[in-house]
Design a binder for this molecule. Structure first.
Ligand code: FAD
Ligand code: GLY
Length: 374
């Protein structure tokens, strides 16, 4: 028997889960269809930084403004998720220190951050007093008080559990193999039978290409593998994340430090390599020499869903009305999840969405011109 719903969300990572949450909160009837365990894709590999300052070089009206909006939305999401589900998404508020080791780096970053209110320069004595275990060779650090972090798999669980408390149905181990446009709805062929939905949102992370290609949007997403290590830290209390040259150390609950991460383009493998782990250990040692003494807990790798212009695809298909895409969030899917969920919800509800965002994230801007097969 064909099951039906108003909106079907394909993919249960942080993006699909946040979309399901904001849609359910706005009163839509939602089915989330996830091929595996919910949150088991790129989301479970992430460090969880909400790095609206540390992760960007340009601070304009599109991606940065979207990132700042999303970062701020986590405060309300944290409270709502806790009150609906009892889940604590572990939003830790110490911010992030972007370390600087020489004058050249300092000058470059000063020119980037000069117009931003949320970024403060701290010299070496100030920063090493705040964090005694830090490398003595730092020149100083830019403190980004609002670049806080969450625990990604718990945030993802928080969003989809809250969505389900609000009426959404979460279907794990349900792979969507085909989306077919019929007169006034879509038919989805899945590993668990057929579904019918008025609207469909493709939120399948790095695996979205298969479905995008069939809708004529080409294959705009490619993987960037990232490897991480977790260690036990009982000696150096870290009150904030440390960041340098896109590498980082992020403190979690249970005395855990997350050390990451490599960036390997077009590598679909999800096993960490010794070479990759060695690279991130060296980068971490440069920031916090004491990592050498910390007991190893585990290592892993995940695939960032990357696009060629560094921005996600968020919006409605230009020709196939009712088909939405929210994918390609690369290094920032955890950060961008609330704003993405809300933007998809507003587009579906025909509410106002800033034109800069619609234009910047247009889903056909990277179109390679493949034929429509749906
Ligand atoms: P995913 O989490 O991959 O979810 C997609 C889901 O779709 C998967 O669960 C998959 O099983 C499902 N799926 C695929 N195909 C189908 C189908 N046909 N039918 C049904 N389901 C399907 N971001 C940050 O903001 N901060 C960080 O600190 C951070 N650190 C990172 C560190 C590393 C090492 C890595 C690898 C990434 C990091 N990221 C970070 C990026 C972040 O993890 C991703 O941008 C984010 O998880 C993408 O979420 P997603 O929901 O789009 O994809
Ligand atoms: N945002 C951190 C990472 O992708 O590694």
């Amino acid at each position: 028997m064909t099951k039906s719903s108003e909106v079907a969300v394909v993919g249960g990572g942080i993006i699909g889960s946040a979309i399901a949450y904001y849609l359910a909160k706005a009163g839509h009837q939602v089915e989330l269809l996830e091929a595996g365990k919910v949150g088991s894709g790129s989301t479970q590999a992430a460090a969880g930084m909400l790095g609206a300052h540390s992760e960007f070089k340009e601070f304009g009206a599109s991606l940065y403004s979207f990132a700042r909006t999303s970062q701020a939305m986590y405060e309300e999401a944290e409270t709502d998720i806790r009150s609906l589900t009892g889940i604590d998404i572990e939003r830790r508020t110490g911010g992030l220190m972007q370390l600087v080791f020489n004058e050249e780096e300092k000058e470059m970053l000063l020119s980037q951050f000069s117009s931003l209110k949320g970024v403060t320069w701290l010299d070496c004595p100030t920063v090493t007093k705040k964090m005694p275990g830090l490398s003595k060779s730092v020149l100083g650090a830019f403190h980004m008080a609002e670049d806080v972090h969450v625990t990604p798999e718990i945030a993802c669980r928080g969003f989809h559990t809250a969505a389900s408390m609000l009426g959404a149905r979460i279907n794990a181990y349900t792979s969507v193999d085909e989306i077919v446009k019929e007169s006034d709805h879509y038919r989805l062929r899945t590993s668990k039978g057929e579904w019918q939905a008025e609207r469909v949102v493709i939120a399948s992370g790095v695996w979205s290409n298969a479905l995008l290609q069939r809708s004529g949007l080409g294959t705009p997403i490619f993987p960037v593998k990232g490897e991480c290590i977790a260690v036990t830290n009982t000696q150096t209390p870290l009150t904030c994340s440390l960041f340098h040259d896109q590498h980082y150390i992020v403190p979690r609950n249970n005395n855990e430090l997350i050390i990451g991460a490599t960036k390997i383009k077009n590598d679909w493998s999800t096993e960490p390599t010794l070479g990759g782990l060695q690279t991130i250990v060296e980068k971490a040692r440069k920031m916090l020499p004491e990592v050498d003494k910390m007991p190893f807990r585990r290592s892993w790798a995940g695939l960032r869903p990357q696009t060629s212009d560094g921005k996600p695809l968020i919006g409605e298909h230009p020709e196939m009305k009712g088909l939405f895409i929210a994918a390609g969030h690369q290094r920032n899917g955890i950060l961008l999840a609330p704003a993405t969920g809300k933007m998809i919800c507003d587009l579906i509800g025909s509410n106002v969405v800033p034109e800069e965002w619609k234009e910047a994230f247009r889903v056909d801007r990277l179109n390679t011109g493949e034929e429509v097969l749906m």
